[in-house]
Design a protein around this ligand. Structure first.
Ligand code: PLP
Length: 462
């Protein structure tokens, strides 16, 4: 490799750090940061642990930072399956099929009763774009262009492209990227802890009714789809209250609105079932997924639909009657090859069951912390997807200032415990600590994480 870079020099960890500092533009970090501190370079992972280039070990409670590596690091059989597939057939455009693609689409839809068609893409944002385009084309083809609006929820996030940000309910993520695409309309969130007078018995139904009010205001014949996260992830781990989803489904059926569930985070066992929506017994029309599909071992996302949605694109009388969309790398076979192994591991090791059991354990441990630290206002979550909302004052629920929340995350990191926070998303409400470890987590791992958080809160808040 001498011709590409200076191999002697670039074997030195210091040189790697300097090359990174000089040339890599990191995601989601202030560019000035690395003028004074070293970029963190992660070089190895095994199970729930990662090691950085300085040799420091961390327990990772956020599955690769953004809740992705659900099966844990270092799974050789996934790498082997990808290698075997790549040497046989690496790529052909998605207008053709592939053996792993067909196998995966069959296996996936078998775990999603009522859904039958898989459109392959590469990222969560891209999968959501596909769904938005399907909704728009259905509006044009079947409703004279009128039923084109897409509803999204305050505090939800659906991706980083301009259309996804147009459907984004996190103000600070959107700031400075407008103007946005028209035809996206916001509905209220369903966080009971922050619902003020609306909270209490029957809140779930009231929160869903607020969606109906928006539909009636906009005109039901203008709304094509409602796009929601099953549990709002980065927006603060918002678990919808009892009665919410039933009513949401009812409203969608009443006004002939497609229900699009964004499972980019909640899919693949994160909440204890294959998909988050399956916790609630609802039947979506479109489901998008990404992170956990191949657990970070390959870049793949899917937009999965019912047969009825697929059928709306069957029209050989119209030259433009098919879905005129392509994702070049949706034809990569590495994605479904990895995803098949990930699915097999998930079932063989009962990771859905472990997510449920260990999620309950983690929830209990965080509640114990809440007894000890008054700054924890609420603990909420499902499966191995848990959050702790931090407050300056439990009685007023005033959010803990972001600086302190970030200091807790940084203190944990210094201890070798990687956790997350709902940071830089919603002004004033970037105050929820996030926990989403790989679904292989044990009680011992979770004890270590919680002990780190305990010590950090003690130091930062007192
Ligand atoms: N949807 C949700 C719920 C997400 O949390 C994310 C990313 O975090 C996305 C979509 C976008 O996925 P990607 O970053 O793969 O484009």
């Amino acid at each position: 490799m001498d011709t590409l870079y200076d191999a002697d020099r670039m074997n030195d960890p210091r040189a790697i750090v300097e090359a990174d500092r000089a040339h890599v533009w990191h995601h989601l970090i202030q560019n000035k940061v690395f003028e004074t501190v070293d970029p963190r370079i992660i070089v190895e992972g095994k199970g729930l642990r990662v090691w950085d280039i300085k040799g420091k070990e961390h327990v990772d409670a956020v599955s690769g930072g953004v809740w992705t590596v659900n099966i844990g690091y270092g799974r050789e059989r996934v790498a082997d399956a990808v290698r075997d597939q790549l040497v046989k057939m690496c790529y052909f455009a998605g207008s053709a099929g592939s053996i792993p693609g067909a196998r995966y689409a069959e296996a996936l839809t078998a775990r999603m009763p009522g859904l039958s068609r898989v459109y392959f893409a590469n990222s969560g944002s891209e999968a959501n774009e596909k769904a938005f385009k399907m909704v728009r084309q259905i509006a044009h083809k079947h409703h004279g262009g009128r039923k084109h609006k897409i509803l999204y929820r305050d505090r939800d996030y659906h991706g980083t492209t301009i259309a996804c940000l147009s459907a984004g309910g996190q103000q600070e993520r959107n700031a400075m990227y407008g103007p946005f695409a028209p035809g996206f309309v916001q509905v209220p969130h369903c966080l009971e802890y922050r619902a003020g007078d609306l909270a209490g018995e029957g809140y779930g139904e009231r929160a869903a009714n607020a969606i109906e009010e928006v539909i009636l205001r906009e005109g039901p014949d203008t709304i094509g789809a409602l796009c929601l996260e099953p549990i709002t992830a980065g927006g603060g781990i918002i678990v919808p209250p009892k009665g919410y989803w039933e009513r949401v489904q009812e409203i969608c059926r009443k006004y002939d609105i497609l229900l699009h569930i964004d499972e980019v985070v909640c899919g693949f066992g994160r909440t204890g079932t294959w998909f988050g929506y399956q916790q609630y017994g609802i039947q979506p029309d479109i489901v998008t997924m990404a992170k956990g599909v191949a657990s970070g071992y390959a870049a793949i996302s899917c937009c999965v639909t019912t047969e009825a949605v697929f059928d709306m694109f069957k029209d050989d009388t119209d030259r433009l009657g098919y879905f005129r969309d392509i994702s070049t790398f949706g034809g990569c076979t590495s994605g479904p090859a990895a995803a098949l192994e990930v699915m097999a591991i998930t079932e063989e090791e009962d990771l859905l069951g472990n997510s449920t059991r260990m999620g309950a354990y983690l929830n209990g441990k965080l509640h114990e912390l809440m007894d000890k630290h008054a700054c924890i206002g609420e603990v909420r979550g499902l499966g191995l997807f848990q959050g702790a909302e931090l407050v300056a004052d439990r009685s007023t629920r005033e959010p803990l200032e972001e600086k302190k929340v970030q200091a807790i995350v940084a203190d944990c990191m210094a201890q070798g415990v990687i956790i997350g926070a709902s940071n830089r998303s919603m002004p004033g409400f970037n105050n929820t600590l996030l926990f989403a470890p790989a679904l292989i987590a044990t009680k011992g791992d979770l004890d270590e994480v919680v002990a780190g958080v305990d010590a950090a809160i003690q130091r930062i808040v007192g």
